[in-house]
Ligand binder design. Structure first.
Ligand code: X5A
Ligand code: ZN
Length: 660
């Protein structure tokens, strides 16, 4: 099965690479076992593992699909081609990584880079990955192949001109694009569309063609206001390119995880496809990461093989079907193999595989799509029309997952609850599909219902400072905050404010936040323990207001047709134990019930138990709070009468410095 370079590359079809079936499209494939030699230095587990490309290759063989393709041997990239997008220093660094002289420096070099490991096999694999994408692209551009798929690793789209990062050494796709444009004018490729459907933003590719109007770069990715990898503003939809490249960079930044077929297809139908029609590329290069696939451990999205095949099929309408796929991320072996197979079947022109998409995009998806269209319509007139009200009302309310603390380890129970909740969601969902006036009734009626129920909202972070918390009720912005709050629909102040101490651990984590900038934010462990204490300020507000606070904490709109946390959710807390996770897949998406006071439930919002595990393992960083944020907490504790300034400072210091 293993192919070791050009010579052993088994060719299918007759001598000049034609395959038997006449109507069959000529699909090139490159796989080379040598790319499996890039691995962690001491055999530690890592999601970006050699088996990723093996399982894809095996899947294509077992399905009898690779046999219908043109198999090409891999090739190493030439330095002068790598230097079209990378600095000389970077190329030399990657080249020298595998030399014996570097044996003792490799780990140190890797540790200075962001999410990179290196071993003896890294240089060769990196050269083969880039060179193989160049090779497929060249053959497709020449017309020798109709399209192709380079099954390569290490991936490429995070690699920048002078920096390896995010598991990427060379930017394979960018090297290929630049090669076609700058080295092969004879092939007549003047306009390239790069589509990046990896769940992460293609920061490297974006930068390399930032001012280049010959390359239209489109990336759809989890962004969550800059908190998702590779964190920062680069993946924002305001990043449209500059100079002659202005308008030729399109980002679709999801606000939340859990995006699935409907969300991706909506981005295709309402952004990418109309723009591709206007741009009219000569060839399409696809940064085909499969980490938005359902089941991916890093992506948290749920795209099915069926949706990948539909997205690809839609792209094949352009550039006479000249498409070059290059593997990027994708860390669930089964998902990436199945998704790859579905794509190669599409490339071959097979009948569409069967499947159907789950109902509708999320509300936040429509919000993002509308923002992108608005930002880019000056450059792409087909984006100018407002999406119809009917269309954007077809949306799925953000789902809620409920897990009781006592059996959160028990899969079956968790699923039972999940089922219950998905039923509730279906009911809500159908509510939103009713006629116009009925929708209005639906959105106002949940508010009326929840306005009659009081809860205690227990705050342990900056919300302990009353003026800051009031921003979530009355709207506005106070000292230190980087963003204005819209406030609740019901602007009446809390009915009562009390302080209490709970046996939970306070800690600080995450690199930065939209609200406060660089530095960690406060969390409390959802599980109680006998040693630690979290001081909390309790505000008595309505369940309607609580929903609006929860939405704002998690970056959702407050004008939703359905509550994030409804009466059924509350009921489940009371009946089912103490922990309840409203899985919004954002930092404060976990609603925990801490008990009752005057028969009114005390609710707080913090991270999930699984996030606590990630903080403990270091997968998510623990980080001290920024000065402005810490000062806000201290101010809350002091002005609330809980502590003196010194005591408050000591309390925060203790939470920062004690290991989790
Ligand atoms: C290519 C790709 C992901 C890097 C994640 C680092 N990279 N935490 O998917
Ligand atoms: Zn990725």
């Amino acid at each position: 099965m293993a192919m070791a370079g050009e010579s052993s590359g088994k060719k299918c079809g007759d001598g000049d690479g034609r395959v038997a079936g006449k109507s069959q499209r000529k699909v090139g494939l490159i796989y080379d076992e040598a790319m499996c030699k890039h691995d962690t230095p001491d055999g530690e587990d890592h999601p970006e593992c050699p088996d990723r490309i093996r399982v894809i290759w095996e899947k294509l063989q077992l399905a009898g699909v690779s046999q219908r393709c043109v198999l090409l041997g891999s090739s190493k990239a030439e330095d002068k081609h790598l230097q079209l997008v990378h600095t000389k220093d970077h190329v030399n660094l990657v080249k020298s990584i595998s030399t014996k002289q570097k044996d003792y420096q490799r780990n140190r070099i890797a540790s200075q880079l962001n999410s990179i490991y290196l071993n003896r096999g890294s240089s060769e694999a990196a050269y083969l990955a880039a060179g193989s994408v160049v090779k497929v692209a060249e053959k497709v551009a020449e017309g020798e192949l109709d399209c192709g798929y380079a099954i390569v690793r290490p991936p490429g789209h995070h690699a920048e001109a002078d920096e390896a990062m995010g598991f990427c050494l060379f930017n394979n796709i960018a090297v290929a694009a630049s090669y076609l444009l700058n080295q092969r004018p004879d092939l007549g490729v003047k306009k390239i569309l790069i589509v990046d459907w990896d769940v992460h933003h293609g920061n490297g590719t974006q930068k390399m063609f930032w001012e280049d109007p010959r390359v239209l770069f489109f990336s759809v990715h989890r962004h969550e206001y800059g908190s998702f990898y590779p964190a920062g503003d680069d993946g924002d939809y305001n990043m449209v390119g500059e100079g002659p490249g202005e308008g030729f960079n399109i980002n679709v930044p999801w606000d939340q995880g859990r995006c699935g077929d409907a969300d991706y297809l909506a981005a295709w139908d309402h952004i990418l496809i109309p723009v591709a029609r206007e741009f009219n590329p000569d060839i399409i290069l696809l940064s085909a990461g499969f980490d938005a696939a359902i089941g991916d451990p890093l992506g948290g999205c749920r795209v099915t093989p069926y949706a990948y095949s539909v997205m690809l099929k839609k792209l094949m309408e352009f550039a006479h079907g000249k498409i070059v796929m290059a593997l990027e991320g994708g860390y669930n072996l089964d998902s990436i193999a199945k998704s790859s197979l579905a794509c190669v079947q599409v490339l071959l022109g097979d009948k569409q595989i069967h499947g159907s998409s789950e109902a509708y995009p999320f509300e936040s998806t429509w919000r993002v799509i509308q923002a992108v269209r608005k930002r880019l319509c000056a450059y792409w007139p087909s984006l100018a029309d407002e999406l119809s009200w009917k269309l954007i009302n077809q949306k799925t309310p953000t789902p809620i997952i409920l897990i009781s603390s006592s059996d959160s380890d028990n899969e079956d129970d968790a699923h039972g609850l999940l089922d219950q909740m998905s039923k509730l969601n279906i009911e809500n969902h159908q509510g939103t599909l009713l006629e116009n006036h009925q929708v209005d009734t639906a959105s106002t009626s949940w508010r009326a219902d929840l306005a009659n129920v009081d809860v205690w909202y227990a705050s342990f972070g900056s919300n302990m400072w009353k003026p800051r918390f009031l921003c979530y009720i009355q709207g506005g912005q106070v000292d230190g905050m980087k963003k204005t709050c819209v406030g609740s629909m019901d602007k009446s102040p809390p009915k009562e404010i009390v302080w209490e101490t709970f046996p939970h651990r306070l800690f600080f984590g995450r690199e930065s936040s939209v609200g406060w900038g660089v530095g960690g934010v406060a969390f409390t462990n959802p599980l109680a323990n006998l040693i630690d204490q979290t001081h909390m300020c309790l505000y008595r507000i309505t369940l309607e207001q609580f929903n609006d606070v929860l939405s704002q904490e998690n970056g959702l709109n407050v004008d939703s047709d359905s509550p994030v946390f409804d009466l059924a959710s509350l009921q489940l807390v009371e009946n089912k134990g103490s922990i309840l996770e409203a899985a919004l897949n954002s930092w404060y998406g976990n609603v925990v019930c801490l008990g009752k006071e005057h028969d009114i439930p005390i609710l707080t919002m913090t991270c999930t138990l699984s996030a606590v595990e990630k903080f403990k393992s270091g997968e998510i960083p623990l980080r001290p709070p920024a000065k402005a944020y810490a000062n806000t907490l201290i101010r809350g504790l002091v002005e609330g009468g809980r502590f003196s300034k010194e005591e408050a400072e000591a309390y925060i210091d203790n939470a920062v410095s004690k290991p989790l």
